[in-house]
Design a protein around this ligand. Structure first.
Ligand code: SAM
Length: 296
């Protein structure tokens, strides 16, 4: 029986040959997930070249490695995605939350904290919620925040509800999930929100994602923002945010790194938005529109 180190090297090599971007990381995660151990334990066991544990399910590991070689997302294979402090359940039919969105969530959380200080309470709406990564982070990190999360895909809604349900009681009771079109399904809640945050679909219609994980496994409804520039849905979400926010409320919306100017121009064309800005992600790329709802 090969040692843990030998199996890790072999798995890493197979993933590397398949073009997986971080082969050693993914090999460690797949081995750890199959053995029911922490990745850090696998790293240590590989460095010590420990014996492979007797009774470990090699067929299961092989099946999982094969799925990753075929470029199925790692998170679909483990069923888990990590986002800020959360472990979320994900799988086919729901968008896998991305690291750059953690920064978007952070900006929304800062805006919500400022509103809480001012008003003593805070309401946040996450439009296009997917797995609930942003909305559940807000409710987890701000113990006073009331959070509504809107999602239009039935498949994604299953994960959204599951993730909301599996939070601690105090977080769960402040979360609402809504099934519907974020462009118009909250019509009875005019001027109720302090912060509207959204990571909507924004990929242009004719763009084909480079990574097979994205092209083959992210739901098209989660990617394509419609219209030639991919911004039809984001623009409609911005219009909706304008209605949902109270005066002084803040919208935070993710977009592609080449869409900052177009989203700013759209916001600035409306008399209802002030302090319109583009903020960057941790790699310095334009990543989100931030604007304040003003009274006229
Ligand atoms: C890019 S994903 C983002 C998901 C999640 N907010 C995140 O950051 O991980 C966009 C999500 O919006 C949903 N969606 C697309 N169009 C929508 C619409 N008109 N109304 C509500 N949700 C929509 C998709 O199903 C998908 O779950």
């Amino acid at each position: 029986m090969p040692t843990v180190g030998a199996r890790l090297r072999d798995t890493t090599r197979r993933l590397e040959e398949a073009g997986v971007p971080s082969p050693q990381h993914d090999a460690i995660v797949l081995i750890a997930h199959t053995l029911g151990l922490q990745p850090s334990y696998i790293r240590t066991a590989a460095a010590r070249d420990d014996e492979w544990p007797p009774g470990a399910d090699l067929d299961l590991l092989e099946a999982r490695v094969t799925r990753r070689v075929e470029r199925e997302p790692l998170q679909h294979i483990t069923g888990k995605a990590y986002f800020r402090s959360l472990e979320l359940q994900v799988g086919p039919g729901v968008f896998v939350p991305r690291p750059e969105t953690e920064v978007v969530a952070g900006v929304a959380i800062a805006a919500a904290r400022a509103a809480l200080e001012l008003r003593g309470e805070v309401r946040v709406t996450d439009l296009c919620a997917g797995s609930g990564a942003i909305g559940i982070s807000v409710a987890t990190e701000i113990p006073e925040a009331e959070v509504a999360m809107v999602e239009a895909s039935e498949e994604a809604l299953v994960y959204l509800r599951l993730n909301a349900r599996y939070q601690p009681t105090d977080v769960r009771r402040r979360l609402r999930t809504v099934y519907g079109d974020a462009r118009n399904c909250l019509r009875q809640f005019d001027a109720c929100a302090d912060v509207v945050v959204s990571n909507p679909p924004y990929v242009p219609t004719d763009a084909v994602p480079r990574d097979p994980e994205v092209a083959r496994h992210d739901p098209p409804q989660a990617l394509y923002g419609l219209g030639e520039d991919g911004l039809d849905v984001p623009r409609a979400i911005l219009d909706e945010a304008q209605r949902l926010l109270r005066v002084g409320g803040v919208v935070v919306m993710e977009h592609g790194d080449d869409q900052g100017a177009a989203m700013r121009a759209y916001a600035e064309s409306s008399e209802w938005w002030g302090d319109v800005r583009t903020l960057t992600d941790l790699t310095g790329r334009d990543r989100m529109l931030v604007a304040t709802r003003v009274g006229v």
